[in-house]
Design a protein around this ligand. Structure first.
Ligand code: SAM
Length: 275
């Protein structure tokens, strides 16, 4: 692609920011975005940035081109049992408490936003099954969402690299995985226990369709947003939570630096937040 200048990068960044909340930085993202644009422009036979950008804004009726761009930009790093203390908070503290208070016939709903390639929602499921505290008495629904459609497809396939499973204790791993074609395949019962869908946390319509949750895991996404976007997403999560619902963030993310509507709580000295 000719003429993908600093100015063009700024234009594209502004557009991406408005639609996804992701703040692109020239030094960090230029090479990656440039590479993607070169290959898309070639595929679509568009000879310059102006044509690509016009196509992205005005001719992308089904949103596929924007999806392609997002899939190239997102950082999807994740692994099973990452920041495991939070799954411990979930099974030892939050689930028993919600179970004791919530009407018996209502499901407990947990959202993983963003789920990336699925390791987070599947870790939640494994912890729940392993602890076997509430599952026999009521339904627990686990929903995973991510803006990147490729990672959602990968999550559904349930095939994981050795790196992705490295933090799972061996005896737990042996119960839920089998080796297949050089990958570690999660068993189908667990795969079917999770609902996964592509969803942008800034897209109000997509978010509304997900319904309300008792617990939200939102780890290692807010760090990619600027202050205004973080606030917007934090308030979206606030609205998505049932009253007294809980939210857990990544270890470098602090809700009280974003909005003050949640109450900070601690379990074993680890922070989480309550509506
Ligand atoms: C680093 S991963 C975090 C995965 C997992 N929560 C964890 O902590 O291991 C960040 C994910 O955020 C997703 N993401 C970025 N912006 C998003 C948005 N606006 N809506 C939904 N997901 C988004 C990316 O696609 C990426 O998969």
């Amino acid at each position: 692609m000719v003429n993908f200048s600093k100015e063009n990068f700024a234009k594209l960044s502004e557009y991406v920011y408005r639609k996804s909340g992701i703040a692109l930085e020239h030094d960090k993202h230029f090479e990656k975005v440039n590479k993607k644009l070169v290959s898309r422009a070639k595929d679509l036979n568009l000879e310059n940035f102006r044509k690509y950008f016009f196509n992205l804004r005005f001719e992308d009726k089904d949103g596929k081109e924007f999806q392609e761009l997002m899939n190239a930009i997102t950082v999807n790093e994740t692994y099973f049992f990452r920041e495991n203390y939070q799954f411990e908070i979930l099974v030892k503290h939050l689930l028993p408490e919600i179970h004791s208070k919530k009407q018996k016939d209502e499901p407990i709903r947990i959202l993983s936003a963003p789920s990336s390639t699925g390791e987070e929602p599947y870790s939640i499921a494994i912890h729940i099954v392993e602890n076997n505290i509430v599952v026999n008495e009521r339904d627990i629904e686990i929903v995973g969402i991510d803006i990147d459609s490729n990672v959602i497809e990968k999550a559904k396939r349930g095939l994981f690299s050795d790196r992705s499973i490295h933090a799972i204790p061996k005896q737990v791993f042996n119960k839920y995985f089998t080796q297949k074609m050089g990958y570690n395949e999660l068993n189908s019962d667990l795969r079917e226990a999770i609902t996964l869908s592509q969803c942008n946390v800034f897209d109000k319509e997509q978010i509304r369709k997900l319904g309300k949750f008792d617990i939200i895991f939102s780890r290692n996404m807010l760090i990619y947003f600027d202050d205004a976007s973080r606030k917007e997403v934090a308030m979206t999560f606030y609205d998505m939570l049932n009253s007294s619902g809980y939210i857990l963030l990544g270890h470098a993310e602090y809700m009280n630096r974003i909005v003050s509507v949640f109450h900070p709580k601690k379990y074993n000295n680890n922070l989480f937040y309550q509506k």
